[in-house]
Design a protein around this ligand. Structure first.
Ligand code: GTP
Length: 401
């Protein structure tokens, strides 16, 4: 079979729960395990033989993706294009609007993937399954959630053959623990037949397309027990980081060997980063390009973004350190371990609100935005710090604007 893929990247008004990490660059380009979020999707899609093109569909300005696309086309030797929606058209609106481009070359089926999911996606199994289904049909990837979590997702009820008999997006009461992963594979005819009128509200797969396909008996599910989650909130990046590191261990292990630091567990260090041999790094740490990690530094369960500097004997635990931020000597940046237990391969991140009912910040990781400086010998515990702040004393449980 021949395939194309569309990755729904959204736009600047989306990803608000990802702030302050999405203030600097589009959320789909945020590096996790050393690789932009959607590059993981591209990498996994490219394992499929018969894939001719990947289209990124969104309402970000095109130029934000130009460099990324140029690099990925060379790395993965696949055609990648960005299709810019003039305004948000909804998750299915762009499929209607750019139908001719998507269907050019006459692929047999088209993957449609939400950019803000992460996981070990069974792309090949989906390709094989759609081949065995006749008619103008669509396949959706499903996974298991708890009863309580399921109402925040698309709920799916299937018969014993995997045919979806009922689909409802974010139901108000419990329907099923089977949820949609936001990963679809559509026979070409399904996209050709999408002729809903484009209006100001957009066209949505979740409400305008999937329930109707289920009702007409043309929607099927492939259930996965592999790792899958969403990357809606900034807190989700450490969870995704841990699992992508594990998934891509073999590839990153080769780079690690060149580094003299003491490494524990799964760690990614960009080759351009300078890490002192006495630093102790890991598990589950990603260190970005041109960052500097000083003597005696300890980093655990964290992402250090490009050009950040962690000075001598500082400690970074359960945190994200923004681009060009500087953590002073003997400072301690610490977040609170996430629930559910991120060691579980199959845990779903609960999209908890930023504040607890009593007004306190929900305990989570510490995030330093870009260009933040932290004074020596201070403690920053469970805080979200916006870009360009100079922290001269210790802070706990605060959003620092
Ligand atoms: P929330 O929980 O409210 O975020 O809803 P959701 O999980 O159903 O997500 P949503 O439908 O907002 O988005 C699903 C995916 O589609 C994400 O990757 C978005 O970036 C993307 N997306 C959302 N709206 C649009 C749109 O208008 N155009 C495009 N191209 N992508 C979109």
């Amino acid at each position: 079979m021949s395939f194309k893929a569309v990755v729904l990247v959204g736009g600047p008004q989306k990803g608000t729960r990802f702030r302050p990490l999405s203030l600097q660059l589009p959320k789909p380009l945020f590096p996790i395990a050393g690789v932009p979020l959607i590059e993981h999707h591209i990498d996994q899609l490219c394992q499929l033989s018969g894939l001719s093109e990947i289209l990124l569909l969104g309402f970000f300005p095109t130029d934000l993706f130009t460099e990324f696309i140029d690099r990925c086309q060379k790395t993965y030797r696949v055609s990648i294009k960005y299709l810019e929606e003039p305004n948000p058209l909804g998750t299915a609106g762009g499929l209607v609007s750019f139908k001719n481009t998507i269907l050019s070359g006459d692929p047999d089926a088209v993957f449609v993937i939400n950019a803000d999911v992460c996981g070990d996606l069974p792309i090949e199994d989906m390709g094989a399954k759609i081949d065995s289904i006749s008619g103008s049909s669509m396949l959706m990837l499903t996974t298991e959630a708890t009863r309580q979590q399921s109402i925040n997702f698309g709920s799916v009820v299937t018969d014993s053959n995997g045919k979806v008999v009922h689909y409802v997006d974010k139901p108000t009461t419990f329907v099923s623990t089977n949820i949609s992963c936001g990963v679809y594979l559509m026979k070409t005819e399904v996209i050709r037949q999408l002729d809903l009128p484009l209006n100001g509200d957009g066209i949505w797969l979740e409400t305008d397309v999937l329930p109707q396909l289920a009702a007409s008996g043309n929607l099927y599910a492939l259930h996965t027990t592999r790792w899958w989650s969403q990357t809606k909130t900034a807190a989700a990046v450490l969870y995704a980081n841990r699992h992508y590191l594990r998934l891509y261990k073999k590839r990153y292990a080769a780079r690690l060997c060149k580094n003299g630091a003491q490494i524990i567990g799964d760690v990614f260090i960009d080759p351009s980063a300078k890490v002192h041999p006495t630093a102790k790094i890991g598990p589950n740490v990603s260190i970005g390009p041109n960052s500097v990690i000083g003597k005696g530094v300890r980093i655990k369960e964290s992402i250090i973004l490009p050009e950040a500097v962690i000075e001598e004997n500082a400690c970074v635990l359960q945190s994200v350190i923004g681009w060009r931020s500087v953590v002073g000597v003997w400072a301690r940046i610490e977040g609170i371990p996430l629930e559910p237990n991120p060691n579980l391969p199959f845990a779903k991140m609960d999209n908890k609100p930023l504040f607890l009912p009593d007004g306190r910040l929900t305990p989570s990781l510490t995030i330093l935005g870009s260009d933040v400086s932290v004074a020596p010998e201070t403690i920053i515990l469970n805080c979200v710090v916006l870009p360009y702040k100079e922290l001269t004393c210790s802070y706990k449980n605060q959003i620092i604007l």
